[in-house]
Design a binder for this molecule. Structure first.
Ligand SMILES: [Fe+2]
Length: 358
């Protein structure tokens, strides 16, 4: 990575300016050990549910370019509880999560604040961020079809999963897993609950085995001849195909091809879940929080971030991981994610109603 000395000089100046602007701010009481840096210029406190190893290279690059130090609080679970407990004393500046529902839960609980940023608005399509600037998608996790590599099939609609043509040929994890309730919620948004209930009954009737296990087990079971097709997240294929040659995972990955299904409605595209971020409501370093978010949608960060986990960049035109690129273009479903999230509970009720996991 080359660096432009003028850019570094300018960002150092920016950091100094921020220091001057914020010098009258008393260091706030941190109330936590791991975000123990006082609120001051030149820092930003990131609360994240993402694995630290995944995002650290990005944060290092941000610090190098901006001079802003990132204090990371990694919370595998309990982000909401932590924010509620900290209240107005929270040192959190940026909140980063995986899953649309998790991110919107944070926003709906009042832990985020609106941000107006031309950079964020230009990089992120409108249906993948809050209207009020309270949350922003950073990467896409498309839910796709895994198919046996020799199967004569090159396009698919999610609706087709219920087609009797696939009787005894479909593998999928539990219908109650958030990856699936999110997909089923999108089906409700496109076609309504009645249609979705019948569709779920059809998919259930097509299952080759109990709806259980993980997404990678779909590839494993296709290799084993148990099923021909299944639904799973695309990034696992990046992990499997890049696994050590000869390893089980690699064999699973090599047994399948990826088809990005679409909803067969007007403007229907591929269902995505997301990773995303919000600026915390009481952010002591608000400007730095926005600077970090804006960095995360830069071409450089988008490419690094997406490649780290084989996710898909939210910003168009960014360089893709070669395996991800091999799946072809991603046409993201046009439904606003807020609409999908609204139907999650109903989707979960339908899963039980049709006995999907039994
Ligand atoms: Fe996952």
């Amino acid at each position: 990575m080359s660096r432009d000395p003028r850019a570094l000089f300018l960002s150092a100046c920016a950091a100094l300016l921020l220091a001057a602007c914020n010098s009258d701010q008393a260091p706030a009481d941190t109330g936590s050990e791991d975000a123990n840096a006082p609120a001051a210029a030149g820092e930003v406190n990131l609360y994240t549910t993402r694995e630290p190893g995944l995002i650290q290279p990005l944060l290092d690059a941000f610090t190098e370019r901006s001079g802003i130090r990132v204090n990371t609080v990694f919370l595998k679970d309990g982000l909401m509880e932590r924010l509620a407990a900290e209240g107005a004393n929270s040192q959190a500046d940026v909140l980063m999560t995986v899953d649309t529902g998790n991110l919107l839960d944070v926003v709906e609980a009042g832990h985020a604040q609106p941000v107006e940023s031309e950079v964020l608005e230009a990089a992120i399509p409108a249906h993948l961020r809050g209207d009020d600037g309270q949350w922003f998608t950073l990467s896409l996790r498309d839910r796709v079809l895994y198919a046996h590599k020799d199967l004569a099939l090159d396009a698919f609609a999610y609706e087709d999963l219920a087609d009797p043509r696939w009787k005894g040929k479909v593998c999928i994890r539990s219908g109650q897993h958030p990856y699936n309730t999110s997909l089923f919620a999108a089906m409700i948004a496109h076609h309504g609950a009645e249609y979705t209930e019948q569709w779920l009954r059809g998919v259930k009737a097509n299952l080759a085995r109990k709806a259980a296990g993980g997404d990678r087990d779909v590839a494993r079971d296709i290799l084993a001849g148990i099923c021909d097709i299944g639904i799973a997240n695309a990034y696992y294929v990046g992990r499997m195909k890049n696994a050590e040659p000869g390893s089980e995972q690699h064999q699973w990955g090599e047994a399948i091809k990826v088809i990005r299904p679409v909803f067969s409605t007007d403007g229907g595209g591929t269902h995505v879940n997301i990773s995303g971020a919000a600026v915390a409501r009481h952010a002591p370093n608000r400007d730095n929080a926005v600077a970090l978010m804006e960095y995360l949608v830069s071409d450089e960060a988008q490419s690094l971030y997406a490649r780290a986990n084989y996710e898909y960049p939210v910003k168009a035109g960014v360089e893709l991981d070669p395996v991800v690129a091999s799946f072809g273009p991603l046409q993201v479903d046009a439904l606003p994610l807020t609409e999908v999230v609204r139907n999650r509970r109903e989707a979960s009720v339908l899963v039980d109603k049709v006995g999907f996991d039994n």
